[in-house]
Design a protein. Structure first.
Length: 346
């Protein structure tokens, strides 16, 4: 080592040059890691892929997947054939013209059945971790055994979620904890989509089945049918508005703000004069966590009171939709006009 180079190397921690060298090394390492994440490993493209699958953005593929897998998903969660659902998902993702068909990361999406119901899991996290006081500070997602026992009979629709393989170093940003946040939001959006589908099917029955279309001579039956129609219409309107609120009023604006900050980090010359760092990987990771935490909080998934109310309303709407066929049969028996018609046929 030359004498000139040796003079530039600090020999004690008190030397001012020691801190300057450490800051310069940190700035260089941070800039290199940001470039690796944003450019080499295409973090923005990965995040857009996550949005397609977990927030059902441009979800034409998912509607087709639910249609194909309906017979399997209506079974109890423990009886669902995950391999069959995975095969159906692979077929759907490769359909020409689908958004997912052009996604280079579609091989990383896997079907998973969660043994715990969404509301029970969130309630356990809220009660243990205190999310009411600090919306979104989820650090552990392992529910208690009692919660698992309470949800042993949930259906495939309630248990369905996706997993996503994230390679290193992208796993620094999309960690297992952040991926679980994506799964929680996905399961909530899926529950709204599925309930909307049930209520639409109920509306189709109300429009086509003879017992609903026939105008009875009994005024009480007509009043009852009118109340049922109004109730179904209000339920469907509520579910659609809630789904619109969560996707268009919560997730989309927060997503846009997050991606704007990510674009700024990508365009920024990361190291300023004097070796100071303008944008760090830690800040990028925190932006991602804050985005998901805000979405969870504004979708009302971190407040125990709202969770209870939402659970009761959703359960009531689901019960009404599931009993439509039974109501149609009872209506056919109760209507004296239809009863006479059936008696005449026999």
């Amino acid at each position: 080592v030359s004498r000139d180079m040796d003079d530039q190397v600090p020999h004690t921690f008190d030397d001012v040059r020691f801190l300057d060298n450490a800051n310069s090394a940190y700035a260089f390492a941070n800039s290199s890691l940001l470039t690796l994440l944003l450019t080499t490993h295409a973090l923005p493209a990965r995040l857009r892929s996550l949005k397609h699958y977990f927030f059902l953005d441009r979800s034409d593929f998912f509607s087709y997947f639910l249609e194909l897998g309906h017979s399997e998903l209506k079974k109890p969660a423990k009886s669902v054939n995950i391999g069959k659902l995975q095969s159906l998902l692979d077929i759907v993702l490769r359909q020409p013209g689908s958004v997912a068909a052009e996604d280079p990361f579609k091989e990383d999406v896997k079907v998973v059945m969660n043994e715990v119901g969404l509301t029970g899991w969130l309630m356990q996290v809220v009660n243990v971790k205190g999310l009411d006081a600090d919306g979104g500070s989820i650090t552990s997602y392992t529910p208690a055994a009692s919660v698992i026992g309470d949800d042993k009979d949930i259906s495939g629709f309630d248990a369905l979620t996706f997993d996503y393989a994230v390679p290193f170093p992208l796993s620094l940003v999309v960690s297992r904890v952040t991926l679980t946040r994506y799964q929680l939001l996905f399961r909530y959006i899926l529950s709204l989509r599925h309930l909307e589908q049930l209520l639409v099917s109920s509306w189709i029955d109300h429009s086509k089945v003879t017992s609903w279309r026939h105008k009875s001579s009994d005024r009480r039956i007509e009043d009852w049918k009118r109340r049922a129609w109004c109730l179904r219409s209000r339920m469907l309107c509520f579910v659609q508005q809630l789904l619109y609120f969560c996707t268009n009023e919560v997730i989309e604006p927060n997503w846009t703000a997050f991606m704007t900050r990510l674009s700024e980090a990508e365009a920024l010359e990361n190291v300023a004069e004097g070796g100071k760092v303008k944008r760090t990987v830690d800040e990028l990771m925190q932006d991602h966590v804050d985005f998901l935490a805000t979405c969870l909080k504004e979708c009302m998934l971190t407040n125990s009171k709202l969770l209870r109310i939402n659970s009761k309303v959703m359960a009531t709407c689901t019960m009404f939709a599931n009993y439509t066929a039974s109501l149609s049969r009872n209506l056919a028996v109760s209507d004296p006009d239809l009863a006479k018609t059936e008696a005449g046929k026999t």
